[in-house]
Design a protein around this ligand. Structure first.
Ligand code: S3P
Length: 426
């Protein structure tokens, strides 16, 4: 599908924000391991979460879905069944990596496959620690999907120094640690999104977290508890951008997840001068609140490695916003962008240049001098949902018409994105 976006002079409304994708994956997977029925509300309707749902069902877990709510009949740590065939994770890195942690501990063998993009992404970062725990995992060419897991003969706890600030790697190890015979301890880059730690605690697991380490003792039972899922801040990011990029822009967003490990973009936008009001709604198991944002002058900003994990998925749209800010925006310490659904640093640069923009790229980031005049052009999502949505935002600020090829990829995390955008500019 090709999407056509035109320059907008006015954009106002209350766009619905889909349920948080990261939390939705975890809620489905972790509640399956609990004893009892877990009610989940606010699930993401995107394709990625549908993949997790299908995989968890294929492991013998009964899930009753009713719109964006679900009841998961937990089978306990030992209750999963061998799947009838390969588990298809589609485009979803979260599905594959977190499932690896659970499947590594099962007595039955399993195979996980993914689409062309997922089959190029690094899986060794998850397989290596799991193998140290005693899992038997084989990767294509030693690093990619398909992932073949042989039946485990019991896992041992490890002390592991995380080298990448990845919520997916950390989660995979913590899920495997539930099955290990002793205490697993993670140190190093442990500051990535902490939804798995919070959700395990919510279901009664003791997880000890200090600034230096996360420790989890294996064998603890999980107990069902209702899981409400607030809106996805990584989706809300595009609507904040929309308000900031259009002269008469103003949006209100209801019940957005405001976990500090996810709100780096809010902090950075405020540093750029953005007017964003926040009203807290809840704190437990996850903080959430309403946001309001309106257009106003922005200045460039520097973002370094310490801030990147809290806004990793928002960096493509930050690049677009930076083209309209006064001064230099530089993002460094973000080499992880190169191993997402596509190489996002390349994708940002190729598309921005097609629109007449100027950007310097580095192995670990980019630099943009603003403000820049953008002109509508043919751009490509490269099959990456966040690139499609970021360049829809660029289209709002550009003269003329912007055509986005492979725009259907928005359904990975934000079905209905273009329909919502049309309503906001009407
Ligand atoms: C996610 C973690 C991040 C993020 C991804 C979702 C998660 O990936 O980019 O969209 O749910 O844990 P990494 O763990 O690779 O940083």
């Amino acid at each position: 599908m090709e999407a056509r976006i035109h320059k907008a002079h006015r954009l106002q409304g209350t766009p619905p924000v889909p349920g948080d994708k990261s939390l939705s994956h975890r809620a489905l997977l972790i509640s399956a391991l609990a004893q009892g029925d877990t009610e989940i509300s606010g699930l993401s309707a995107g394709d990625d979460v549908a993949n997790t749902l299908r995989c968890v069902r294929a492991l013998g877990v009964d899930i009753r879905l009713n719109g964006q709510s679900a009841v998961v009949h937990g089978v306990g740590l030992q209750g999963l069944k061998a799947p009838a065939g390969p588990l298809d994770c589609g485009n979803s890195g979260s599905t594959m990596r977190m499932l690896m942690g659970v499947l590594a501990a099962q007595a039955f063998p399993s195979v996980m496959v993914g689409d062309a993009s997922l089959s190029r992404r690094p899986m060794g970062r998850v397989a290596a620690p799991l193998c140290r725990m005693g899992a038997r995992i084989e990767l294509a060419e030693g690093k990619h999907a398909p992932v073949r897991v042989s039946g485990a003969r019991g896992l041992a706890p490890i002390d592991f120094d995380l080298q990448v600030a990845s919520g997916q790697v950390k989660s995979a190890i913590l899920l495997a640690a539930l099955y290990a015979n002793g205490t697993t301890r993670l140190t190093g880059q442990i500051g990535s999104r902490d939804h798995t730690e919070r959700l395990l605690r919510h279901l009664g697991v003791q997880v000890e977290v200090t600034p230096q380490a996360i420790s989890l003792h294996g064998g603890q039972a999980l107990h069902a508890a209702a899981i409400p899922i607030p809106g996805d801040p990584s989706a809300a990011a595009f609507w904040l951008a929309a308000a900031l990029l259009v002269a008469d822009g103003r949006v209100s967003l209801s019940n957005v997840l405001l976990n500090p490990t996810r709100t780096g973009l809010l902090r950075v936008l405020r540093r750029m001068g953005a007017a964003i009001d926040e009203r807290r709604l809840a704190d437990d198991p996850e903080p959430s609140g309403d946001l309001q944002c309106r257009a106003g002058p922005l200045v460039g900003v520097s973002v370094g490695a310490d801030e990147v994990p809290s806004m990793i998925d928002e960096l493509p749209v930050l690049a677009v916003i930076a083209t309209q800010a006064q001064g230099t925006t530089e993002v460094r310490g973000a080499s992880e962008l190169r191993v997402k659904e596509t190489d996002r640093i390349d994708a940002i640069a190729v598309n921005l240049r097609r629109m007449g923009g100027v950007i310097d790229t580095f192995a670990d980031g980019f630099r943009i001098q603003g403000p820049q005049k953008l002109t509508g052009a043919n751009v490509d999502s490269f099959g990456d949902h966040r690139i499609a949505m970021a360049f829809a935002m660029a289209g709002l600020a550009a003269e003329g018409e912007t055509r986005i090829r492979n725009a259907e990829s928005v359904s990975i995390s934000h079905p209905g994105f273009f329909e919502t955008l049309e309503e906001l500019v009407r």
